[in-house]
Design a protein around this ligand. Structure first.
Ligand SMILES: Nc1ncnc2c1ncn2[C@@H]1O[C@H](COP(=O)(O)OP(=O)(O)OP(=O)(O)O)[C@@H](O)[C@H]1O
Ligand SMILES: [Mg+2]
Length: 418
């Protein structure tokens, strides 16, 4: 102050995370747009989120979201309420694989559709469905799907010779099909043909898993189900597959193929709603390189189709499990993380803090807060802003998202809203 005595107090320094608590008016407003999630744990202001609006406002560079946290912290509860509340705001939600069978009550609560796939279910989805009538494009898409399916089943990349054999077999299956529908059994028959190619033997073995193995009856015929573009929610319930990760990966490759075609057809039919595509338990899928490759190409298209992907993991190192540092697989997994502009981190184990902080560029206070987060509280990290958010559940929502019934010894009877 001119003329006044010099101020001898040392300057007070603190991180913006700490100062945000003392000076809430300096904090980025936490409810500018979107559906209500809960409250900002530092300012007690309401916190809202909508990836499309934030993307349009230039806050997010893409609409995709990563959600990580140790078990039982409320990740699925958050994903489910985001789904429920977004549907109320006119969005649609797809869950392309529900390995625990916990999303059915959510879909039924909003008048959505649950497609149950399993050995005892009459439902079939044809992964070779395509949305185009242009033969060359259809052929390329089917070939890509078949190659991913065979590579997943064989747990290795296909050789150049195998690609050629697969290409020929697909052409044969397409021309010899009496209907316009090409199916995986048709391609296996073509591979087995009167003069089978030696390079096609492994391929036939791999693809046969879908026809005769534990996935028989699910993806080996014309689709019995058409995607209703107006349904607010679609869940593919894969819980009948149990704990077999390999079967789940194969089923997800097939389901992703069907969903791709169904989504593009729905968009072409005028279904213009913006859609969440939610991969709960995504850590179980991240061991399959072909699947990650498919996920990534799907994510690249997300903006073109108005899709926001939400991927649920336990920890960031789930992404490392896919391959050694520097490998193609690892680069693909890191690409998925880079394509998530919003990262929500729930409680992490102490041994994960350093890796999480460096992968997400967390500040020291942000890092330190992660180990002690209670259930339902998460750090929301977006470019240039972060919020500590307490997720609030309404009693009616709690009845739908509850996954603790077995722990309490009470039967799981979700309240179903008509
Ligand atoms: N914000 C919250 N307020 C109150 N209860 C909550 C909240 N979030 C979650 N719960 C309850 O905690 C239980 C576990 O939550 P949830 O199933 O979402 O955990 P999760 O992180 O998905 O666990 P997992 O890793 O095992 O899938 C649920 O029964 C849910 O009702
Ligand atoms: Mg969960």
């Amino acid at each position: 102050m001119p003329g006044g005595p010099p101020l001898r107090l040392p300057a007070h320094r603190a991180s913006s995370a700490t100062l945000a608590g003392a000076y809430p008016f300096l904090v980025t407003p936490s409810c500018t747009t979107g559906v209500l999630v809960g409250t900002d744990a530092l300012t007690e202001e309401p916190f809202c989120f909508d990836p499309w609006d934030l993307y349009a406002a230039g806050v997010l560079t893409n609409p995709n979201v990563l959600l990580a946290g140790v078990i039982g912290q409320g990740k699925s509860a958050l994903a489910k309420t985001l789904a429920l509340r977004s549907i109320a705001a006119g969005r649609h939600v797809y869950v392309p694989g529900d390995p625990k069978g916990e999303w059915g009550p959510v879909a039924r609560a909003v008048g959505g559709v649950v497609v149950r796939l399993g050995p005892d279910s009459p439902t079939r989805l044809n992964p070779l469905d395509v949305s185009t009538t242009e033969p060359t494009v259809a052929h390329t898409r089917r070939l890509r799907l078949l190659a991913a399916l065979a590579a997943t089943a064989l747990r290795r990349d296909l050789s150049a010779a195998e690609h050629t054999v697969l290409d020929t077999a697909l052409s044969l299956a397409t021309t010899s099909s009496t209907t316009a529908t090409v199916t995986v059994p048709g391609v296996v028959d073509a591979l087995d043909g009167p003069r089978p190619e030696p390079d096609g033997q492994d391929l036939a073995h791999g693809l046969r898993r879908v026809v005769r193995g534990d996935l028989a009856g699910m993806f080996d015929g014309p689709s019995t189900h058409r995607l209703d573009a107006d349904a607010p929610m679609l869940v593919l319930d894969l819980s009948a597959l149990g704990a077999d990760d390999e079967a789940l990966e194969l089923a997800m490759v097939c389901a992703a193929g069907w969903l791709d075609a169904a989504l593009t057809t729905a968009s072409a039919d005028g279904g213009s709603a913006r859609r969440w595509v939610i991969y709960d338990e995504a850590w179980r899928l991240l061991r399959s390189v072909p699947l990650i490759r498919r996920l990534q190409s799907q994510w690249k298209l997300s903006r073109a189709y108005g899709i926001a992907n939400l991927m649920v993991l336990h920890r960031l190192s789930d992404l490392d499990a896919v391959g050694a540092a520097g490998s193609e697989a690892r680069a693909l997994a890191e690409g998925l993380l880079a394509d998530c502009s919003t990262r929500i981190v729930y409680r992490q184990e102490a041994d994960q803090l350093t890796a999480t902080a460096s992968a997400l560029g967390l500040t020291r206070p942000e890092r330190d807060v992660l180990a002690g987060l209670p259930r339902g509280v998460g750090l929301w990290k977006m470019p240039g802003r972060s919020h500590l958010v307490r997720h609030h559940l309404h009693a009616d929502e709690l009845a739908i998202v509850d996954t603790d019934a077995a722990m309490r010894g009470t039967p799981h009877r979700p309240q179903e809203v008509a």
